[in-house]
Design a protein around this ligand. Structure first.
Ligand SMILES: Cc1cc2nc3c(=O)[nH]c(=O)nc-3n(C[C@H](O)[C@H](O)[C@H](O)COP(=O)(O)O)c2cc1C
Length: 205
């Protein structure tokens, strides 16, 4: 299948957008059903390549990616960082990626947007993975205190998210409590999120 056919066929889900948008935004979602097979390193690098092209403040590219492939000792070390709930399903992923970012600009001043920029890289990664028929699931539930040492981060690098990546698995193989959560979520309406001119409610009179 082509990348576009994958978007439409493999992962099409029933999310309705209120305005016309590109289909990848509603078709991507965070599944916890992974086929327990290692992710091909070439596929992983295609996904990371998309993240590399994300925009960042002054093109500083503060993101770094530390990865572990299924079946390696590193994979177990990444899993250890997760809270038990996340470990239970992420253990089946084909690869785990730690997305980290530097809190310091090249000139030594604090980086005002490193976390924001890392978020752009995450979304690029997630959309590319989805277009390739893969699942990408961000994980914030992990030990942020232990992560820098476990990942070998230099000083000034902040862990942002762990990412479970892999081929889609059979949702029926999930335990019941995960199966009930195995569906795309909705979003708040745009009217709750968007303000013309000022966030503050208009003054009466
Ligand atoms: C920064 C971040 C942290 C997250 N942490 C977790 C997590 O620890 N465990 C989990 O199961 N899902 C986690 N998620 C997935 C979100 O719950 C999910 O993206 C959100 O509910 C929207 O659903 P969707 O991605 O399916 O559209 C995280 C997502 C993000 C962006």
């Amino acid at each position: 299948l082509s990348v576009e056919e994958n978007i439409m066929a493999t992962h099409t889900v029933d999310r309705a957008s209120a305005h016309e948008i590109l289909p990848q935004f509603t078709a991507r979602w965070s599944s916890r059903a992974f086929a327990p097979t290692a992710l091909d390193e070439a596929q992983l690098f295609r996904v990371l390549e998309a993240a590399r092209w994300a925009p960042s403040g002054s093109n500083t590219q503060p993101w770094r990616f530390v990865y572990a492939l299924r079946g390696t000792p590193e994979f177990a070390r990444f899993l250890e960082l997760m809270v038990p709930f996340n470990r239970s399903w992420a253990a089946h992923a084909g690869a785990l990626v730690a997305l980290v970012s530097t809190d310091t600009l090249p000139d030594g001043r604090p980086h005002p947007s490193h976390a924001f920029d890392a978020g752009a890289a995450w979304m690029s990664l997630a959309l590319q993975a989805h277009a390739m028929g893969l699942h990408a699931h961000a994980i914030g539930g992990y030990d942020r205190t232990a992560a820098p040492a476990a990942l070998g981060l230099p000083a000034g690098f902040a862990p942002q998210v762990l990412i479970a990546l892999g081929h889609p698995g059979d949702p029926a193989a999930l335990p019941a409590e995960l199966l009930t959560r195995e569906r795309p979520s909705d979003r708040k309406p745009l009217s709750d999120l968007v303000f013309r001119g000022s966030f503050a409610p208009a003054q009466a009179g």
